[in-house]
Design a protein around this ligand. Structure first.
Ligand code: CP3
Length: 355
């Protein structure tokens, strides 16, 4: 039995009825909040913040002080795994995260060290432990990792690039290198997620932010199948077997049927796929999380409410929807606009949850 007081998200993921549609926001701890910027300054840098459990747990709980959110997500980054494997992560304010020496060939892949990944990332486990204590069982805590494919894209490209030509070409002309890299990441990501479960994460989410770059056949080979392997391993581990898993492929709208067969409990939906259509494809056994266009938050109070209502109406009656954006909130959103959105979701969605 869970001790957590607000169980809306856990109930939704477990197929139980809820009184209103639960809501959390991707990147809810971020630069649109002045208090985040202040704590980040204290940490000295973005990576310093990720690696400091005191401050990382502080920014994790900041959005919950302002908004009526149904979950916290641990503050970290998907690129901490490559860093722990020996590919040093750097960060510049006007550039974002990058690797100075990206992977060029199979020899570079073979040099990566997958030993003791969980121990090397114990700062994330410690941040989870501290956050759980600060949350005081009010809401569940979401842990996460990048997918093997999405981490591969950053490790080969060095950073997010315009068309990802290097890795998309490698899929065709050096598939052995990419497969080898993905195999290594699959092992490390599994260890990392089990570690997060042991530290107290209540939900696990896999961010496949760049799965949508692949053609259909390669999406299955390079992205979905490795994620499915991770899910199977998590289900076979005592620490993680009962933890709901959300899988989010940005640009994955044409593979919803295959994603729903992966063993996940919830599917993240970006804003390009209609949620009513997605529900028809996915069926009633798996939840949908999303799918408001993040830029809707730059609208007026009225247009924000209308856009959110359209998502809620689109899903319709039933208890298998977690409201969220279709991707992360951007740094230019005014916090007051997010409050309007969240309060509206709470008010407006109750009509769809009467039994
Ligand atoms: O959601 C949350 O509140 C938890 C924190 C979180 C961050 N990154 C913090 C962050 C999560 C879940 C991530 C995941 C992440 N990181 C993804 C997957 C989700 C997605 O957005 O597709 C990706 C692709 C990354 C890699 C990454 N980290 C990029 C491309 C950037 C730069 C983009 C930007 O917004 O500037 C980051 C930096 C980053 N990660 C920031 C935050 C709050 C901004 C850093 C800052 O403080 O300047």
């Amino acid at each position: 039995m869970s001790l957590i007081k607000n169980t809306r998200i856990l109930d939704t993921l477990n197929g139980l009825p809820v009184d209103k549609t639960p809501v959390w926001i991707m990147r809810q701890a971020g630069r649109y909040l002045p208090e985040y910027k202040e704590t980040r300054k204290k940490a000295g840098s973005f990576l310093g913040l990720c690696k400091n459990p005191d401050l990382a747990s502080e920014v994790t709980v900041q959005p919950l002080r302002r908004f009526d959110l149904d979950a916290a997500i641990i503050f970290s980054d998907i690129l901490t795994i490559p860093d722990a494997m020996g590919l040093e992560l750097k960060f510049e304010d006007n550039r974002g995260p990058f690797f100075e020496a990206p992977l060029n060939n199979i020899n570079d892949v073979e040099k990566l060290n997958t030993d003791n990944i969980a121990e090397k990332l114990d700062y994330v486990a410690n941040a989870i432990i501290e956050t759980k204590s600060k949350l005081n069982n009010e809401v569940p805590l979401i842990g996460f990792s990048g997918s093997p494919w999405t981490l591969s894209t950053y490790m080969v490209e060095g950073c997010a690039t315009k068309d990802f030509r290097k890795i998309r070409s490698a899929v065709f002309n050096d598939s052995g290198m990419i497969k080898n890299l993905i195999d290594k990441l699959t092992i490390s990501i599994t260890d990392y997620l089990v570690m997060q479960a042991k530290a107290g994460a209540d939900v696990l989410m896999i961010f496949d932010s760049w799965g949508g770059l692949l053609n259909s056949e390669n999406y299955l080979d390079f992205s979905l199948n490795p994620m499915q392997e991770i899910i199977e391993k998590l289900r076979n581990n005592d620490a993680s077997k009962n933890i709901p898993i959300i899988l989010f492929t940005k640009g994955g709208g044409s593979w919803l049927k295959q994603i729903s067969a992966s063993g996940c409990n919830g599917i993240g939906l970006d804003w390009t796929t209609n949620i009513k259509y997605a529900r028809e494809i996915i069926g009633e056994k798996i939840c949908i999380q999303g799918n408001l266009d993040p830029c809707a938050l730059h609208g007026t109070e009225q247009s924000i409410k209308e856009a959110a209502s359209r998502v809620i109406d689109g899903y319709g009656y039933g208890h298998r929807h977690i409201f969220n954006l279709g991707h992360g909130i951007d740094q230019f959103v005014k916090p007051e606009k997010l409050a309007i959105l969240i309060n509206h979701v709470k008010d407006y969605s109750t009509q769809y949850h009467k039994n």
